[in-house]
Design a protein around this ligand. Structure first.
Ligand code: IPD
Ligand code: CA
Ligand code: CA
Length: 264
């Protein structure tokens, strides 16, 4: 586990927000829910968890800016630090009673993600990473999978909400990946997709049309677990490119090649 003042702040904030999220998941049918767009909803659970996270992070680090999924940007006086916060990643799962969702908090310092926490409250799995200090699941040090044969690889991917992103492109990519890998999965939480690559459950993950709060924490987790993270096109700025591809060095390189070929 990582014991630093920063990690304590992040973990405390996330655990606090998780309490209300878990309670709300137990009574999901009574939640107030509104539509953000086709197939994309926000619930009282998202808003409550986000408020808890915002208040805790602002109290502990008053000058830092925030990028919050629901509230938007909150400018801070300290221009070199920004939190990227997704209070509930995997909303569709949550609202359907599927126990696969997480809270994700990443810290950006001068353009680089330096710390990340992803917490799955149902399975009580806490994923943490800090630059130079490694990645952990609860108290276990993480390492990406060592598989090097695509035919054995389990690959996770994400798909954009109805009316957003390029579904045709995604289908071409999924077809190309399915043709050469051991299995493809759409789990429904980008944060956990990254965390699962960090801990070696999945070998690879890619997604396009993704936001910084979805992937900030997961990027540092995968990197600190020895994995490679780029944009889906292989560029070195996934946050700015709003897309991601990750895995161990060998399989990651192959995946980026497969995606490129699928779009050629
Ligand atoms: C979504 C999930 C999903 C991913 C979408 C995200 P949300 O986040 O991470 O797995 O495919 O692109 O928007 O809306 O549940 O916070
Ligand atoms: Ca999300
Ligand atoms: Ca969300």
């Amino acid at each position: 586990m990582i014991s630093s003042p920063l990690m304590t702040v992040m973990v405390d904030a996330v655990r606090k927000a998780a309490r209300s999220l878990k309670r709300d998941f137990g009574e999901v049918e009574n939640l107030q829910v509104s539509r953000k767009g086709p197939g994309n909803f926000v619930s009282a659970a998202d808003r409550k968890a986000e408020e808890t996270l915002r208040d805790a992070l602002m109290k502990a680090r008053p000058g830092y800016g925030l990028v919050l999924e629901e509230e938007g940007k909150v400018e801070g006086q300290d221009k070199s630090h920004t939190w990227h916060v997704d209070p509930l990643d995997g909303t569709t799962n949550f609202l359907h009673g599927i126990p696969h969702f997480a809270i994700s908090v990443g810290l950006e310092r001068e353009g680089q993600i330096v710390a990340g926490v992803i917490y799955d409250p149902v399975k009580d799995e806490l994923f943490v990473a800090e630059r130079g200090k490694g990645a952990y699941l609860n108290n276990r040090r993480l390492r990406v999978s060592g598989r090097t044969d695509m035919a054995d690889a389990l690959v996770a991917y994400g798909s954009p909400y109805l009316g957003r992103g390029d579904h045709g492109k995604l289908l071409r990519e999924v077809a190309a990946v399915m043709a050469v890998t051991g299995g493809a999965r759409r789990f429904g939480s980008a944060a956990l997709d990254l965390a699962y690559v960090a801990c070696g459950r999945s070998d690879l993950y890619w997604e396009r049309d993704i936001q910084t709060w979805d992937i900030a924490a997961g990027i540092i987790l995968v990197r600190e677990a020895g994995g490679f993270v780029t944009s889906a096109d292989g560029g070195d700025q996934p946050l700015a490119a709003r897309s991601v591809a990750c895995g161990n060095e060998t399989l990651h390189r192959e995946l980026v090649g497969i995606l490129r070929k699928a779009n050629a």
